[in-house]
Design a protein around this ligand. Structure first.
Ligand SMILES: [Fe+2]
Length: 246
């Protein structure tokens, strides 16, 4: 690996609660997040990226606890909101969208939170950010919470990105849009659309059963984080690293 490879670690769908003893669907989500964070630190990424559904209870104390853990990690990090989040509370601590450039790549984090909806939506401000990034020919990684593609689960596909057509209209002629990474579906998934590899990552909390038309949990499925290497040539590699969550 050359020294210019940029290492990104994605964590998603933490579903944390303010009460340290509380469980989310039977899972101690603080413990599973801390396990993921410990593993992420060992990977020493250039950026730790959290793609939404951070606070199940939308409480200020939950975001403050998470912020403290992330700051204490010593890693550079960014977060994006999911449908379960409260972007205004996140923004009080750190912006809930971002754009940054590495030596050879662009990384754009979009806010797809649609108030009062489980579905996601990119508002005109977010679409403008995407358009601006696409004026640059450097390879682009786009991160957001909601999938802009179907994942072969009828119930979950109905809760994805509402204006995915507008998203793809901007990307379809842009070969630099190489990667789209998201959460929301609590399972691994990948597919190509136009020039972009679309990737979903399992949750750090609980997993949903893949390829089903109605909701069910997959209690034996392991949690995972995603490691992405953005290479100076414009190529990339990625893998999931599974871990047992307590
Ligand atoms: Fe979630």
């Amino acid at each position: 690996m050359t020294t210019n490879t940029f290492r990104l670690v994605q964590l998603t769908d933490l579903h944390l609660l303010a009460d340290p003893q509380a469980l989310y669907r039977g899972k101690a989500t603080r413990s599973s997040f801390l396990e993921a964070l410990k593993l992420a630190c060992r990977l020493n990424p250039n950026l730790l990226l959290l793609t939404g559904d951070l606070a199940e209870d939308k409480q200020p104390a939950t975001y403050q606890w998470l912020y403290q853990q992330l700051e204490a990690s010593g890693l550079a990090w960014q977060w994006l909101p999911g449908n379960h989040d409260q972007p205004e509370l996140m923004n009080e601590l750190k912006p809930s969208d971002f754009y940054q450039q590495t030596a050879t790549w662009q990384i754009l984090g979009l806010n797809s939170h649609w108030p009062s909806h489980t579905q996601g939506q990119l508002d005109s401000r977010q679409l403008t950010k995407l358009k601006e990034a696409l004026t640059n020919s450097k390879p682009l990684l786009i991160a957001l919470h909601h999938p802009p593609v179907k994942v072969n689960s009828e119930w979950k596909d109905a809760l994805a990105l509402e204006n995915a057509a507008a998203f793809w209209e901007l990307l379809k002629d842009k070969p630099q849009a190489k990667l789209v990474v998201f959460g929301h579906v609590h399972q691994a998934f990948s597919c190509y659309k136009y020039h972009s590899l679309n990737l979903a990552t399992p949750a750090t909390s609980i997993q949903f059963t893949a390829n089903t038309d109605s909701f069910s949990l997959s209690p034996r499925a392991k949690a995972a984080l995603r490691l992405i290497h953005l290479k100076p040539t414009g190529y990339f590699s990625t893998r999931l690293i599974y871990f047992p969550n307590p």
